[in-house]
Design a protein around this ligand. Structure first.
Ligand code: SF4
Length: 429
């Protein structure tokens, strides 16, 4: 099966102390075909570890795997890594050790490949499903920005739970020092740290420079349309100009840009042109988030999508991304909340990014990516395994695990996680 490797990521084997690689966090950068991949290797006291590549994938490693990964990331050749293994581990033949090296090389290649950077709509690959892959935790958490006294303990708990990637949600007029502090802390822990916000709120060279120095790994910003009028109607006056400037800065400074593309009628009309513009300007990833409602009259009035229209939206997104060869994320659709204006809801954005993700509120509540807004428990007060096993997550896993393909739109990959026209699978208010 493709990506069989992921099945084995979280099997940790105990090492006889002392560990071959000293406990701590190691950073490395590798270049392949012009693309840079940032790695974090966190080594635990028992010698096991967690290997993280960019904003994409994380792998638990046995002590043997840690030694191999550390050697390879340090630029050692396979023969030199083999000598390290022979010197540090007993009970395995040279052939077995060579096979281990090849396995870790394959693993690094897999998590480095652009196609694997973001687990997107390939949940029909059982290895990527939170349930079948037996993930100990999601790969990513989205956290609304809060004061350090609240944020930092949450980051500690996320890291302890094995969640390797955090996206900090920056509201309007946020305190930049809080954001930089949270990035620094995530970085100190060894986490991948991203930031999501409106371009108008993020486009500040001093802030961007401080975030870069703190180690931010990606910047996600709303890019609704290449038509400034369409974009600004949703994101605020002048935001399109800010988004264009921000994207150029990110490209120039080689920082991963994620464009979050809200899908409503006005942005869908120009989708092809918008995606092409983004690709031409260097956006590394595009995250699509559709705004939907079960109220047909509201859908018509506001130019959003009713349940049936969601099939066409999903098909258009797949076709457009395929044509452009874009790497894209299909965020669980957001159910329209009439208590907010459409622009307010678009600016607030999706609950979290993708399906192997959670949202954690500033009070520690953990919310699954789809379905009713219901906490599965409090990260600050409960062990992670209790939260992960809560019925809210069990029901979520059952939904994404259940086969959703039918004859209606054969070939639509997005529905592997959930049928886009099924409101129970939307992120509900
Ligand atoms: S479940 Fe059926 S109707 Fe829904 S997206 Fe998949 S193929 Fe289309």
């Amino acid at each position: 099966m493709a990506m069989e490797w992921l099945k084995n990521l979280f099997s940790v084997k105990r090492a006889a102390p002392p560990p071959a690689v000293a406990p701590g966090v190691y950073h490395a950068m590798q270049e392949a075909e012009g693309a840079y991949t940032r790695f974090h290797l966190r080594v635990e006291r028992d010698g096991s570890g967690l290997l993280i590549a960019n904003a994409a994938a994380a792998a638990r490693l046995s002590p043997t795997g840690v030694l191999v990964a550390k050697g390879l990331l340090d630029g050692k050749k396979a023969d030199a890594v083999l000598q390290d293994l022979v010197a540090n581990f007993r009970g395995a033949t040279e052939d077995v050790m060579r096979a281990d090296i090849a396995k870790v090389e394959g693993l690094i290649a897999q998590i480095t490949k652009p196609g694997d950077m973001y687990p997107v709509f390939n949940l029909d690959d059982a290895a990527l499903s939170p349930y079948s892959a037996e993930l100990i935790a999601p790969l990513q958490a989205s956290l609304p920005l809060a004061e350090p006294e609240k944020m930092l303990p949450i980051l500690d708990k996320l890291w302890d739970a094995g969640i390797p990637h955090v996206t900090l949600l920056a509201p309007r007029s946020f305190d930049g020092t809080r954001l930089v502090r949270a990035i620094e802390h995530a970085e100190d822990l060894g986490m991948i740290a991203g930031v999501r916000g409106r371009a108008s709120d993020l486009w500040n060279v001093d802030l961007l420079t401080a975030m870069t120095q703190a180690g931010v790994d990606h910047i996600t910003f709303i890019y609704a349309s290449d038509d400034p009028a369409v974009h600004d109607a949703l994101c605020g006056a002048g935001d399109h100009a800010a988004a264009t400037a921000l994207l150029a800065w990110l490209e120039e400074n080689q920082l991963c840009a994620v464009a979050e593309l809200p899908l409503v009628q006005t942005t869908l009309y120009g989708l092809n042109a918008t995606v092409k513009t983004l690709m031409a300007q260097g956006a590394d990833n595009i995250a699509f988030v559709a705004y939907a409602t079960t109220d047909v009259a509201l859908a018509k009035r506001e130019g959003i999508f009713d349940a049936d229209a969601m099939l066409q939206v999903a098909a258009m997104v797949e076709e457009t991304a395929d044509d452009a060869q874009a790497r894209f994320i299909w965020d669980p659709p957001v159910q329209r909340n009439p208590a907010q204006s459409l622009a307010e809801q678009v600016q607030a954005g999706p609950r979290c990014s993708g399906d192997v993700a959670v949202r954690v509120e500033a009070d520690g509540s953990v919310i699954p990516p789809r379905g009713p807004y219901k906490s599965a428990g409090n990260l600050l007060q409960m062990p992670w395994n209790v939260i992960w096993d809560h019925e809210v997550f069990r029901r979520y896993r059952e939904r994404v695990e259940a086969p959703t393909h039918c004859d209606r739109c054969p070939g639509l990959a997005i529905c592997a996680a959930d049928c886009p026209r099924e409101p129970a699978g939307w992120a509900q208010p």
